[in-house]
Design a protein around this ligand. Structure first.
Ligand code: ZN
Length: 266
């Protein structure tokens, strides 16, 4: 199958914490079907074990499994044999990076000096934090137009823990996250390619196990020309996201990375 970005653009990665693929399918947000029409998407991509937030983010940004980056819990561990992350390698190539998020542990995804702008708001203390993060992202991109922006929306995961994955409250939060996604994609679809994904799923009121409900994540890449149908044999991994971002920005992936550029993988 051939896949090709329709034109060279900058990249925005939007991650909805704990968003299950079947929740994307079932939440009923009208924008999802619209996005899928012009996107490459896989709803059966897999994350890494342990399927919890910080290890999964470290694997996404560094394209290596947790055994290699060394962060096995939600407490960051400096890497013994450092692998460059997406923020670090983009900065080395003269690209500008920004990060907006509402879970403080994500401050360690890039080394000091690799992020030009970052905004953090405590997830629990303020209502509407996903919307606030979205507004900050929009303000920054309007003013500075970074080459790469990471947007983390954390409310969905907290609703999963509080009310249960796939509960009404959880599904409402997935719908709200898609309101944020729609605002950003609508505003910048000409300038940016969007990658929309999750770090892990969940079941009951938790996640972290090696079961499909926790391990399966969606990966949606907007504005990609896909010939020969939307399905392919290759099952993407969260490790493939960093090489895909590098490819979209016309850069070579780090040799230490283990994932594949999804727009080149057959
Ligand atoms: Zn969680």
């Amino acid at each position: 199958m051939k896949k090709q970005a329709k034109k060279d653009k900058k990249v925005i990665l939007i991650l909805v914490d704990g968003m299950r693929s079947d929740a994307v399918e079932k939440c009923g947000h009208p924008f999802i079907e619209e996005v899928k029409k012009n996107s490459y998407f896989k709803m059966d991509a897999q994350t890494v074990m342990p399927s919890i937030t910080l290890p999964c983010h470290m694997s996404l940004f560094h394209s290596v499994p947790p055994e290699r980056h060394g962060t096995m819990t939600n407490i960051y561990v400096p890497q013994a044999r450092p692998v460059k992350g997406i923020f670090d390698m983009l900065t080395d190539h003269g690209k500008t990076c920004a990060s907006v998020y509402n879970w403080e542990e994500l401050r360690d995804l890039g080394r000091p000096g690799s992020i030009q702008y970052s905004f953090f708001i405590n997830e629990y203390r303020y209502p509407r934090t996903d919307e606030i993060v979205t507004e900050k992202a929009m303000e920054y991109v309007d003013n500075y137009s970074p080459d790469f922006l990471f947007v983390y929306l954390g409310v969905t995961d907290t609703k999963g823990h509080d009310y249960g994955w796939m509960s009404d409250e959880y599904m409402k939060s997935v719908y709200s996250a898609w309101n944020c996604i729609e605002r950003m994609v609508d505003r910048w679809k000409e300038e940016y390619t969007f990658i929309i994904t999750a770090d892990h799923g969940g079941h009951g009121r938790n996640h972290g196990e090696n079961i499909l409900e926790d391990m399966t994540i969606p990966i949606i890449i907007t504005d990609v020309e896909v010939s020969n149908g939307k399905m392919m044999e290759y099952q993407p991994s969260i490790l493939d996201i960093a090489p895909t971002i590098a490819g979209l920005l016309r850069l070579k992936a780090e040799t230490s990375w283990e994932g594949k550029d999804l727009l080149k993988a057959e």
